[in-house]
Design a binder for this molecule. Structure first.
Ligand SMILES: [Zn+2]
Length: 381
């Protein structure tokens, strides 16, 4: 039976409306997790919860639903996230002729409830029609919006999947993220020397002057098409009559290239340390990796799968990079190659967020098509 023929548009839309009305800002995803578990159990699947709740300080962990399939094929991961940004409680979805919006007082949360609704619909269809497909692991993560903490807490050993698909990208349907930047964050402390600004300024070293000189020599903003850097915060100083002895900086750098990110980090560190050394003081610079870069090779069979599934639905695939991290970055860093597919949500993280009814349904059809295609061709990654 052709799975796509059995898309139940009204049921999918109703599921989506229910999901968005269940508020789930980061660390408060328990109610949406309970809804997902209810649907899974009604269909005869078990939704396991991992121990991410404790790690992220939230009220539920990530959910993993295992769907048995043709065991001669590799297990496939399909992912969406359960949390939303704020204001995400009390969402009142409004169905217009062609789209769904919130009432303007909250976000809608189509990011990423459209992904969840599509995957639940896929489960409904698969449980009703069966069909040939590899074993699936459907993972719903927590805390994506607050530094990808849920997927970071996900233990790779709980998954058997050897490749997968993430359904959580903006942009029009058809856009497929095949590359994402690595991000690193910097915390720096420029140590000056305090002195009375009027009586003995020569005894002091102004940390503000040192930091200003360093920043004026620092390459920030867009470095090239792969790499960016930004100083997001600067803190320091007490009063006009005190030579400032401490300035703290928070900054970040991102790059599609791990090597370029390393070079950029080193540059920012050295500029700060050299400026401090010129004044006989020090700068402590600490970097932390937020998430790794990911990129899918040109000849990856995952591209073929997506192209075929999209062409059957009349969608033109556009492969390209993302400007920021997603669950895809972290899961691919854990050794599971993935693509991140746009599912049609628009103006996310704003009160004007919306999704068209057609895109919501087409995204769900795309998920089913992908499962059918991987059931037909033998994907080896
Ligand atoms: Zn998202």
């Amino acid at each position: 039976m052709d799975a796509v023929a059995s898309i139940d548009r009204e049921r999918l839309i109703a599921d989506f409306m229910t999901l968005v009305a269940i508020g789930s800002p980061s660390r408060d995803e328990a109610n949406v997790a309970a809804y997902i578990r209810g649907v899974a159990e009604e269909l005869g699947y078990l939704a396991e919860e991992d121990d991410a709740a404790e790690i992220v300080g939230g009220n539920t962990g990530n959910l993993i639903i295992r769907v048995p399939g043709d065991s001669t094929k590799s297990t496939v991961l399909m992912m969406a996230h359960m949390d939303t940004v704020a204001p995400g409680h009390g969402v009142q979805p409004i169905r217009h002729a062609d789209r769904i919006t919130s009432d303007g007082k909250t976000i809608l949360g189509a990011d990423d409830k459209a992904g969840i609704a599509g995957l639940l619909h896929m489960l409904r269809v698969l449980s009703a029609t069966g069909g040939d497909h590899p074993p699936l692991e459907i993972v719903f993560t927590v805390c994506e919006e607050v530094g990808l903490q849920g997927v970071k807490a996900l233990d790779r050993r709980q998954l058997r999947a050897s490749y997968g698909f993430v359904f959580d990208s903006g942009g029009p349907l058809g856009f497929v993220v095949t590359e994402g930047p690595a991000q690193a964050k910097m915390e720096a402390r420029v140590q000056g020397r305090a002195a009375h600004a009027g009586l003995a300024p020569e005894k002091g070293v102004s940390a503000i002057v040192v930091a200003a000189q360093a920043i004026s020599e620092m390459r920030v903003g867009r470095i090239n098409e792969r790499t960016t850097a930004n100083i997001g915060q600067i803190r320091g100083g007490y009063a006009t009559n005190i030579v400032c002895d401490l300035v703290e900086l928070s900054a970040e750098a991102r790059s599609l290239s791990t090597e370029e990110l390393r070079v950029q980090r080193e540059h920012m560190t050295q500029v700060l340390q050299h400026a401090a050394a010129r004044h006989g003081v020090t700068a402590e610079v600490e970097w932390q990796e937020s998430y790794p870069a990911f990129s899918l090779s040109e000849d990856s069979p995952l591209r073929r799968v997506v192209k075929q599934a999209m062409s059957e639905l009349g969608i033109t695939p556009v492969f390209g990079p993302a400007g920021s991290g997603s669950d895809a970055s972290v899961i691919s860093g854990k050794g599971i190659p993935v693509l991140n597919l746009a599912i049609g949500y628009q103006q996310i993280h704003t009160l004007e967020e919306w999704i068209s009814l057609d895109d919501l349904c087409l995204a769900a059809e795309l998920m089913l098509r992908i499962v059918r295609v991987i059931g037909e061709i033998d994907v080896r990654v």
